[in-house]
Design a protein around this ligand. Structure first.
Ligand SMILES: [Fe+2]
Length: 313
């Protein structure tokens, strides 16, 4: 089958204690492991693997790497061969190099982001178990997010200089890693320059969003919540904590997702996203947003101010 889903994101944070407080008390993740150097591993209540978020102490914010989980160990060999065929170097990492995981492979996608693939990670189970489970666990904190849903990455984009890593990533992800392009935003006089690309390996509208920027970076990581009222609750949690919301709750035209953004204490953007707006069936036609409607594509209700859209870590 190949890639199943987004496995984890490894964020860099500038104050590990403040970061843990945010991800535990505001978003509702559980801390499942600490390394001696302070690195923290967290999971959402509805996830069964040991972690989906790694917080690494650093002097900067942003991404260290992100990882997809593949279905079978031999998928790693198949995909490593395809990546090498494309002329991209692949590192084979032994079990444990990605903590609590089996062997993995590591490579760069065209934008320059570091991506890992792994097949096995320690399983600890969801917070409600697998036998006669309750619909949610007691004692959920904050927004009580269900799972890590997708991430948005900032890809160098300067078409006048011939640089478009959004388009290059979209091509690589489709041709090498078998992603499906679900939606794209196009710009330029002929609407023929890819400005944003949304891609999936699951049946959700996107597992990864490639968006343009001046340099390689992280746009946001997004967590799934049940519905619009859960998105509003996430906004309430941020307001109750006297933290500044990044934007008021809104809807994306792209994906139809209901959305609310906040910042973690290092400035990494978090999204709470209620977004099974449609099933991304393999034969579902590609959706295109044209430049004149792209603002509505990003924030359908308006209000997505430029400084927010342009900010990244
Ligand atoms: Fe998102």
């Amino acid at each position: 089958m190949g890639i199943m889903r987004l496995g984890h994101v490894n964020l860099c944070v500038m104050n590990i204690d403040e970061a843990i407080e945010h991800y535990v008390n505001i978003l509702g993740l559980a801390l499942t492991h600490r390394d001696q150097d302070g690195t923290a591993y967290l999971k959402c209540w509805d996830e069964w693997d040991k972690y989906s978020v790694i917080l690494s102490p650093s002097d900067r914010a942003g991404l260290d790497h992100f990882a997809f989980k593949v279905e079978r160990d031999d998928d790693l060999d198949v995909l490593a061969a395809k990546i090498k065929e494309r002329g991209v170097a692949v590192e084979i990492l032994p079990a444990g190099k990605l903590p609590m995981c089996g062997r993995s492979i590591r490579f760069h996608i065209p934008s320059g982001h570091v991506v890992c693939l792994f097949a096995e990670k320690e399983v600890v189970g969801t917070a409600v178990g697998n036998t006669n489970p309750d619909p949610w666990p007691d004692g959920l904190k904050g927004a009580g997010v269900h799972w890590l849903d997708h991430l948005g990455i900032v890809c160098p984009f300067d078409p006048e200089k011939g640089i478009n890593k959004v388009a290059e990533n979209a091509e690589f992800l489709q041709e090498v890693l078998d992603f499906k392009l679900t939606e794209r935003g196009m710009v330029g006089p002929q609407n023929d320059i890819m400005f944003v690309g949304f891609l999936t390996r699951t049946s959700t509208p996107h597992d990864i969003a490639c968006v343009p920027g001046p340099a390689v970076g992280l746009a946001h990581i997004a967590f799934f919540v049940e519905d619009w009222s859960a998105v509003l609750k996430a906004a309430d949690v941020v307001a109750k904590a006297r933290k500044t919301p990044a934007l008021t709750p809104n809807r994306h035209g792209l994906t139809r997702g209901a959305t609310f953004y906040m910042f973690d204490p290092s400035g990494n953007k978090n999204e709470t996203f209620a977004g099974i707006g449609y099933l991304a069936q393999p034969d579902r036609p590609l959706v295109t947003w044209t430049e004149d409607e792209l603002d509505r594509g990003l924030f359908f209700l308006g209000g997505g101010d430029k400084s927010f859209v342009d900010s990244y870590t």
